[in-house]
Design a protein around this ligand. Structure first.
Ligand SMILES: *Cc1c(COP(=O)(O)O)cnc(C)c1O
Length: 401
């Protein structure tokens, strides 16, 4: 390992090593710099920190527990598996952590509307929730395929008062929803706030979203030490854009003995075209205003990507992850659709916990890893969300109904 992981990141231009930055026209760069300045101001303001902390406790329900999944560990035979229960947060996933931060910041900056894209609908629901609470209008762009697949989240957003914009172009999934939302944002970037749903996009979003998510790792570090008097041997988290993984990993980067694994979807197979394994198969490129590993064609255009979990099908990935891969602080592995489904059912049947399909990728990898380790080793999985949104889809697929 390389101790460059300890450097404060990103640098002033928003780079994590060679990744990140602001690949934007000057007018938008100025808007992003203004957001960065506002963020740097509020992150050091006691009033803002206290307001956010209060909401984390009394609205989100933090701290989320850590649970020792003894039955699942026993079934795997090998290491002990623990779950950081982000699925128990209000709205059912980790995304509420950064959505509240972003909505509060937008309000603080006097913005008139918050815009966003959503994949599985989790970011849309979390953002619509945060905007209702904070009192600011919210517009969510979502691909038509995802709308059909994630019906309950679509209804939730409507009930919460968000303006839902269906996206019918291109892949009709997350990537095109980002393009659509971004175009709408460009109509008035001075008064609108684009709430990015992960540790991606131009500076300062990878930094800001990571900071808002870092509460997951800070809690986990303390909780795990209280529970077991040691740190986990491994941290495992699924990686779409990478926010739940960065949230957990960020608190442990200096703990050299804690190994970390980010799990990407290999979909129908890493050697097919139906996956979203950006770290494994991608190369350096630029997407949505920042540089990162990217699944791209010869012209640098993002490739269509696929995962059984809508929240993981993004052709890029957070710039800090790219850096952590290059310095070998974090390893990036994959889990397939089938492994994800098996883990989804195993966690449900052995522990009574129905995970989000996204999170089930991390569980799947942890189960494989556990089998290869001894019983005194400990794996902490970030259970990023609950599977209520996925039950109809899975039941149909597995012929349960
Ligand atoms: C959106 C989502 C993810 C993927 O996003 P990251 O930014 O990679 O964390 C993972 N799990 C759940 C439950 C999600 O909703």
């Amino acid at each position: 390992m390389n101790n460059k992981a300890f450097l404060p990141m990103p640098d002033d231009d928003g780079f994590f090593g060679e990744y990140g930055g602001q690949f934007l026209p000057p007018q938008l760069k100025a808007v992003m710099d203004e957001i960065n300045n506002a963020y740097e101001e509020v992150r050091n303001s006691d009033a803002f920190k206290n307001e956010l902390a209060e909401l984390m406790t009394h609205f989100v329900g933090r701290p989320s527990p850590i649970y020792h999944a003894k039955n699942l560990s026993k079934k795997c035979g090998g290491a002990q598996i623990y779950l950081k229960r982000e699925d128990l947060n209000h709205t059912g996933a980790h995304k509420i952590n950064h959505c509240l931060g972003e909505a509060l910041l937008a309000k603080h900056m006097g913005k008139t509307k918050v815009l966003a894209e959503t994949g599985a609908g989790q970011h849309g629901v979390a953002l619509a929730t945060a905007c209702s609470l904070v009192g600011i209008p919210c517009e969510v762009h979502m691909g038509e395929i995802d709308i059909a697949k994630e019906h309950p989240n679509v209804i939730r957003m409507k009930i919460l008062g968000a303006d839902l914009i269906p996206v019918s172009r291109g892949t009709r999934t997350l990537k095109d929803a980002v393009d659509s939302a971004f175009e709408a944002y460009l109509a008035d970037p001075v008064n609108f706030f684009y709430a990015i749903g992960s540790v991606v996009g131009p500076h300062p979003f990878p930094k800001m979203v990571r900071d808002f998510q870092s509460i997951v790792g800070k809690e986990a570090r303390e909780q795990f030490m209280d529970m077991e008097q040691v740190f986990p041997d491994y941290l495992v988290a699924c990686v779409g854009g990478g926010s739940n993984a960065m949230g957990l990993f960020s608190a442990f980067l200096d703990d050299e003995d804690v190994k970390m694994v980010g799990v990407e979807p290999s979909g129908k197979g890493i050697n097919t075209l139906d996956h979203a394994a950006t770290m494994t198969k991608g190369s350096s490129g630029v997407i949505h205003g920042f540089s990162c590993y990217l699944l791209q064609d010869n012209e640098g255009e993002p490739l269509p990507v696929y995962s059984i979990a809508s929240g993981l099908d993004y052709p890029g990935v957070g710039p800090q992850h790219c850096y952590l891969k290059d310095i070998e602080r974090v390893k990036y592995e994959t889990a397939s659709d089938q492994e994800c489904l098996d883990a989804f059912m195993d966690l449900s049947r052995y522990e009574g916990i129905i995970p989000a399909l996204e999170s089930a990728h991390a569980v799947a990898y942890a189960m494989k890893l556990a089998t290869s380790l001894d019983a005194d080793q400990r794996i902490l999985v970030n259970l990023s969300g609950r599977g209520d949104k996925d039950i109809d889809f899975v039941a149909k697929l597995l012929g349960l109904v």
